[in-house]
Design a protein around this ligand. Sequence first.
Ligand code: SF4
Length: 283
Amino acid sequence: MSVDHSPRPASGALTKTGGFLSGFSHTLQPYIGCRFGCAYCYVKGLNVHRFHQPPLAWGDYVHPRIGIAEQLRKELARLAQKGALDELAVFMSSATDPYQGLERQWRLSRACLDVFADYPPRLLVVQTRSPLVVDDIEGLRRLGDRCWLSVTVETDRDDVRRALTPRCPAIPQRFDLLRQARDAALNVQIAVSPCLPYSNVADFGQRLLDHAQRVIVDTYVSGDGLGGKRTAATDVGALYEAQGWGDWRAETEAQALFNWLYAQRGDQIGWSQAGFVALTQST
Ligand code: SF4
């Protein structure tokens, strides 16, 4: 199998955002592509043919964006001069996982955290599913309440994880990283995004509440940005059929989980886009 890990120079760092992440001012992507290669990832539809001839499959390329921290420093210095740092709400990352395996070699996400420590934004959300983020707990802590760690945990069933996202970290590893983040007193959110088949509401729900202050529940239809059309273009439908999981568009299980969580913790539980964006309004 051909895999491309070649670096690409970063011509900039922050990207103005809107749409699904409209409450955030910018996104930050230290890598192009993602080795986790989730079956439901709709980013592949946006990027896959851009760099490679012949095209590589989504998940078979990751390009470290060399110099991204230096670019970020320049951009934040300019914003600081204008007194605009407090307007900055950054989502790292929306089109890659900032703590996938290559981060161990390149440490681009860590370098960006170091820059943010010098120029703190109003809000930085670090979105990952990787235990590698534990290496940077101190970097996250330096930002105090300006920083939230958001960890993707779509199910508590590792057999479901293996069927849909076999290259992603196992579910027990994610709860372990969550424990370490909570022990370090980080602000922690769990993104059940998208909600996949899980054990039962009370067991999964309690586990989520035990490991995070906030939980977001999302679905393919509510969360892919096009009412499920992007997901329909992926292998998800065929995989659900093969596993006998029923209709991937159904939101009943996700809604039941959301209702249960909401009954326990009210406003700290969010649904889809509104849930993600609420964080930008509460800081
Ligand atoms: S970790 Fe995120 S960016 Fe990477 S393949 Fe999965 S959904 Fe896509």
